[in-house]
Design a protein around this ligand. Structure first.
Ligand code: MN
Length: 501
């Protein structure tokens, strides 16, 4: 959870001075107690900091300006305890650049039937104060998450927690640098896109490094450093006999360890949180950095194969969101179909690069020749993944906008594949292979995806709202007919939306 420790979400309570200073004092006391309660619930990954009541346009503007400027602040929760006339929120909201959550709650869960009087009613006006606030946010066409429920309710905490994790990933994306070793694989369309628009829209910067710049980092790794890392591998993984110490192919594992150390140092020096590789651009390397990619994904680096920078960025963001939750995440690729009626599924794999965090058993270090491109003889971690519910996500560039596609999937048990020397998962896309994949293809989705056991579609919806991009969900409710209609509707929506802004 170390990513969340230094972060804050600010809490603003909307009020006004119409009811007199005493009312604001009570509003302030209630807000304090609520924020203390939220923090004490143990359900929120990021600390909530109460920033007081805002009672005028000038106070609102000052509060949001401060939130924009403070690097610890990743988002603002706003709540209207009393009626807070929304014209006073216009300038502040127009200036505000970070994620916004509107909490529609009330200090008391229930009406005190015997004691309620006009004073009580005037003080506890969230029911209409929050509608006034909602109006102006909608009037300004600003995306936000609206959470409705009592502030002590665990369901409310859960929705805030999801948004907080996404806001943390968003803040992370604003300083994300992605290093690409080599370009996108020649002629591949879906993994490419507009890097300038991506930086405007998502915040991350896509950079390039010739592999020749990485080679000295790998060559500089000492035998002692390799010994130490191989000892770590021996603790964590099983080894095929030829890959183990003394085996004929152990030297390839040592080379992979040098790649891991050198690659990590290079990324640290560049301040990069994600990277891509290419099996066609490996001059000076003796194997594709597959094992190193597996290991660095597990440490939180975003990864995309064959120059796929959009997936590398998404992998990193999904890692940040999922920190401390059960279930890992990984880069994956749709490989082979298995038609089997309602259980029809897709084998998910890649040439090497799958995150061992999602392994069901101890991964096994193996060394094999990989004939594709200049990959050479490569070490890799081989395993089957856990079973269970997860989400597969991608972002594609539609020319006039980015589109996120999310498919809920069920990872099922795979048969043994004794001759397949790579890690793999097997999943059934929801609602089934025919509709799930049919929808994905109609939406123009990639063969690469960023997968997570820890996250749900709610995270990606929050993320897409913050980024203000299109998001298409393929789940149990999806039908091909309604999905096609959604694609047509969205095409019109985004054309008009762009024209109107
Ligand atoms: Mn690929």
């Amino acid at each position: 959870m170390k990513q969340f420790q230094d972060l804050e979400v600010w809490f603003f309570t909307g009020a006004q001075l119409l009811y007199g200073g005493d009312a604001v004092v009570k509003v302030d006391a209630h807000s304090n107690e609520m924020v203390k309660g939220l923090n004490a619930s143990g359900n929120l990954p990021v600390k909530v900091v109460y920033k007081g009541t805002v009672n005028s346009s000038a106070e609102v503007s000052d509060a949001f300006r401060a939130a924009n400027a403070d690097t610890a602040c990743i988002g603002v929760i706003a709540w209207m305890h009393t009626f807070s006339p929304a014209k006073m929120w216009i300038h502040g909201l127009m200036d505000y650049k970070k994620p916004l959550l509107h909490l529609h709650t009330q200090f008391d869960a229930q009406i005190p039937w015997d004691s309620i009087d006009m004073d009580y009613m005037n003080l506890n006006q969230s029911a209409h104060g929050d509608r006034e606030f909602g109006h102006i946010v909608s009037r300004l066409r600003k995306n936000r998450k609206v959470v409705v429920g009592h502030w002590k309710d665990a369901n409310v905490h859960s929705k805030i927690a999801v948004w907080m994790r996404v806001a943390a990933a968003w803040a992370d994306a604003q300083t994300m640098r992605i290093i690409r070793f080599g370009d996108n694989m020649n002629n591949v369309a879906v993994t490419d896109g507009d890097k300038v628009e991506a930086e405007i829209r998502f915040g991350y910067h896509v950079d390039n490094a010739p592999i020749a710049k990485l080679v000295p980092y790998v060559n500089a790794v000492t035998d002692a450093e390799i010994d130490a890392l191989v000892a770590t591998y021996e603790e964590l993984y099983d080894f095929a006999p030829d890959a183990a110490k003394g085996g004929a192919n152990h030297r390839f594992v040592r080379d992979a360890a040098a790649q891991e150390i050198g690659l990590k140092r290079f990324l640290e020096d560049k301040g990069a949180k994600a990277f891509t590789t290419s099996f066609d651009e490996l001059e000076g390397m003796n194997q594709l950095m597959g094992f190193a990619s597996q290991r660095l994904m597990s440490e939180g680096y975003g990864f995309g194969a064959e120059g796929d920078w959009k997936t590398a960025a998404l992998c990193r963001s999904m890692y940040v969101m999922g920190q401390g939750l059960a279930g890992g995440s990984s880069f994956l690729e749709d490989y082979v179909l298995n038609f089997d009626g309602q259980n029809s599924s897709i084998l998910q794999s890649h040439m090497l690069e799958i995150n061992p965090d999602i392994a069901v058993d101890k991964p096994r270090v193996e060394v094999h020749y990989l004939g594709i491109g200049d990959s050479g003889t490569c070490a890799r971690l081989v395993f089957k993944t856990c079973e269970g519910q997860g989400i597969a996500c991608t972002v594609v560039d539609m020319g006039n906008r980015f589109r996120m596609i999310v498919n809920e999937v069920e990872v099922i048990k795979s048969n043994p594949t004794p001759k397949l020397p790579v890690a793999s998962a097997l999943w059934i896309p929801k609602p089934n292979l025919e509709v799930g994949v049919g929808s994905w293809i109609l939406a123009g989705g990639t063969h690469h995806s960023s997968f997570s056991f820890a996250l749900t579609a709610e995270y990606m919806e929050d993320f897409a709202d913050i980024a203000d991009i299109e998001m298409l969900l393929i789940d149990e409710q999806t039908t091909l007919r309604s999905f096609k209609q959604e694609l047509r509707n969205n095409e019109m929506y985004y054309l008009l939306n762009k024209a109107l802004r």
